[in-house]
Design a protein. Sequence first.
Length: 329
Amino acid sequence: MSTPVRVAITGAAGQIGYALVFRIASGQMFGPDTPVHLQMLEITPALGALEGVAMELDDCAFPLLAGMTLTDDAEEAFDGTNVACLVGAKPRGPGMERADLLKDNGAIFTGQGRALASAGAADLKVAVVGNPANTNALIAAANADGVPTDRFTAMVRLDENRAKSQLAKKAGVPVAEVTNLAVWGNHSPTMVPDVDNAHLGGRPLPEVITDRAWLEGEFLTTVQQRGKAIIDARGSSSAASAANALVDHVANWCGGKPTADGDWVSMAVPSDGSYGVPEGIISGFPVTTDGAGSYQIVQGLELSDFTQEKLNATVAELQEERAAVADML
Ligand code: NAX
C-alpha cells in the first residue's frame, strides 16, 4: 500500500460533506489502491455531529481509510494536506445581500488560505465548493503566501454534469456520449455551458441537436436554475450530486484519472488571459488533466457570438465579486 493521501474536508458534517467523505474513503476519488487520511474540519458547534460522521466511517470498515482527524482548528485540519476540499461556508440567510455573503465567506477563506499555506504539504492542491466558490478560491489563493496560485481551483463540474444530462435526455442517448462540454465563468446562474464545442456521439453537438431555440433558451435556463429547482423539490440544496461532481473534479485533476484523449472537463482555474478572460479571476474553462496534479486550459476553441456574449457577462460578474473583496486579496 502506498502512503495515504491526506485529504482535508471543511464542513465535513454538512450535507455535501456527509455525501462526500464516504465516497473518498471508499476509494472513488483517488482510486482503489490509494489509502486516504481524512482531515475533517468543522466549526465548534458541529463537532458532535462530526463525531457521528466519523463513527459511521468507522462502521463502514473501509480498507482504504488509513486515519481520521476531527478538529475545529484549521491549522490542524490542514497539517500535511495534499488535497483540500473546501466545502464549508456560511449559507446565504433570508434577506442577506450578496455583498454580505461575499464578506462573511471572505473572512473564512482568508483564514483558511493562510492555514493552508502554513500547514499544507508541498504538493497541496485546493478545490473550493463553498459559495461563492470562484471568489472564495481567489481569496484563499491570495492569502496562501508561497503556494502557487494555479493550485487553487473552484468547482463548476456540477454545472457540466447537469448540462450533459439535459443534453443526453434531449438527444435520447446515454450521457457518456456527451463529451467536450465546458462550463465557462462563474459558478452562479451566469455560468455558460458551451454547446457549440461539445460533441455528441463523436459529432459536433449542434449537428445533432439542431433546435437552437431550445439550446439557447430552455436548456440554458434549466442548467442555470437547476440548483433552485432541486431546493424547491427536495427542500434542501444539491448535496449528493455536488459531492459526486467534486469526486469527478479531483479524480481528473490528481486522483489518477486523466481526461480521455480528445476530451476535456470544466474546472474554474486562475485565468492566464486565455479567451480574453482577464488575469486575476478564477473562471470556469475547458481543461485537460493528467490525473497527477496538472491541468491545461484548452486553447483554440471558437466561441459563438451567443456564448461569447454570455461569457462577457459572467466574467463581468466575477470582476464585480473581485472588486467587492478587494481588501482581502
Ligand atoms: P451545509 O450548511 O449543509 O454544510 C456546510 C457545513 O460547513 C456545516 O456543517 C457548517 O458547520 C460548516 N462550516 C461553516 N463554516 C465553516 C468553517 N469556517 N470551517 C469549517 N466548516 C464550516 O451546506 P452544504 O449543502 O454542505 O453546502 C456547502 C457549500 O457548498 C455551500 O456554500 C453551498 O452554497 C455550496 N455549493 C456549491 C456548489 C458548487 O457547485 N460549487 C453546489 C452545491 C452547493 O450549493
